[in-house]
Write a protein that binds this ligand. Structure first.
Ligand code: HEC
Ligand code: HEC
Length: 186
C-alpha cells in the first residue's frame, strides 16, 4: 500500500515537471491583474479568457493591438506583443479551465433561453460554436456579454455578423441573453 503511494507521488512529480505548458508563460504576467492568474477574471466587466477558442483569442488580441478593437484598458498591454507572443498567449489561455461565471440575473435565464435560438447558428446550442474563430459565450461573465452586445449595437465594436445579429434585437433583451449564456457550462 505504502509502496503504491510512493510510486504515485513520484509519478505525479514527473508529470508535474513534464507539463511546463501548465505554467503561465512570461507574456501572461501583464494580464494577471485583470484576467486573473489562470484567465478567470474577478471583475464581471473583464472577460474570462480560460477555455476560450485559441483562434478567436489570437484574433482579438491582434485587433486590440491594431486598434481595430478599441479599448483604453487593453491597448497599453498588447501594444508591444509580437505575433509569436500572441500565439503563445492564445494557446495557453485556451487550455485553462473555466467553471461557469453565472453572475447574471437568475430570473432572466428562461427569457434568455427563448431568445438564444437566434444565436445558435454561430454560437452553438450550448453557447459553444464549432468554428474556432467564433467566441464561446458559455461561462462568460454576464456583465461583459451585455456590454459587448451594447458595443455592437452602438457600433463601437464592429463585426458584420454581430451587427446583423443585434440590429433587430432590442437592448432590453441583452440582459436576458447575457444571463442565459453566463450560466452554461464552458
Ligand atoms: C487593465 C486591465 C487589463 C489588462 C492588464 C489586460 N486586459 Fe485584456 N481586457 C480587459 C478589458 C476591460 C477587456 C474588455 C474590453 C472590451 O470591452 O472590449 C479585455 C478583453 C480582452 C480580450 C477579449 C476577450 C473576448 O472574449 O473577446 C482578450 C483576448 C484579452 N483581453 C487578452 C489580454 C491579454 C493577453 C492581456 C495581457 C497581455 C490582457 N488582456 C491584459 C482588461 C485588461
Ligand atoms: C452569423 C453568426 C453569428 C450570429 C447569428 C450571432 N453571432 Fe455573436 N458573434 C459572431 C462572431 C463572428 C463574433 C466575433 C466578432 C468579433 O470579432 O468582434 C461574435 C461575438 C459575439 C459576442 C462577443 C463575445 C466576446 O467574447 O467578446 C457576443 C456577446 C455575442 N457574439 C453574442 C451573440 C448573441 C447573444 C447572439 C444572438 C442574439 C449572437 N451573438 C448571434 C457571430 C454570430
Amino acid at each position: 500500500m505504502k509502496k503504491h503511494l510512493i510510486v504515485g507521488a513520484a509519478l505525479l512529480a514527473v508529470l508535474g515537471a513534464g507539463t511546463a505548458q501548465a505554467e503561465a508563460p512570461a507574456q501572461a504576467q501583464a494580464c494577471v491583474a485583470c484576467h486573473g492568474a489562470n484567465g478567470v477574471s474577478g471583475n464581471p466587466e473583464w472577460p474570462n479568457l480560460a477555455g476560450q477558442h485559441e483562434t478567436y483569442l489570437a484574433q482579438q488580441i491582434t485587433a486590440f493591438r491594431s486598434g481595430a478593437r478599441d479599448n483604453a484598458l487593453m491597448a497599453p498591454f498588447v501594444q508591444n506583443l509580437s505575433d509569436a507572443d500572441i500565439q503563445v498567449l492564445a494557446a495557453w489561455y485556451a487550455k485553462q479551465e473555466l467553471a461557469t461565471a453565472a453572475n447574471g440575473d437568475a430570473g432572466l435565464v428562461e427569457r434568455g433561453e427563448q431568445l438564444a435560438g437566434a444565436c445558435s447558428a454561430c454560437h452553438g446550442f450550448a453557447g459553444k460554436p464549432v468554428a474556432d474563430e467564433w467566441p464561446i459565450l458559455a461561462g462568460q461573465h454576464a456583465t461583459y456579454l451585455q456590454n459587448q452586445l451594447l458595443a455592437y449595437k452602438k457600433g463601437e465594436r464592429v463585426h458584420p455578423l454581430m451587427q446583423a445579429a443585434v440590429a433587430k434585437l432590442p437592448e432590453k433583451e441583452f440582459g436576458a441573453l447575457a444571463a442565459y449564456f453566463s450560466q452554461l457550462q464552458r
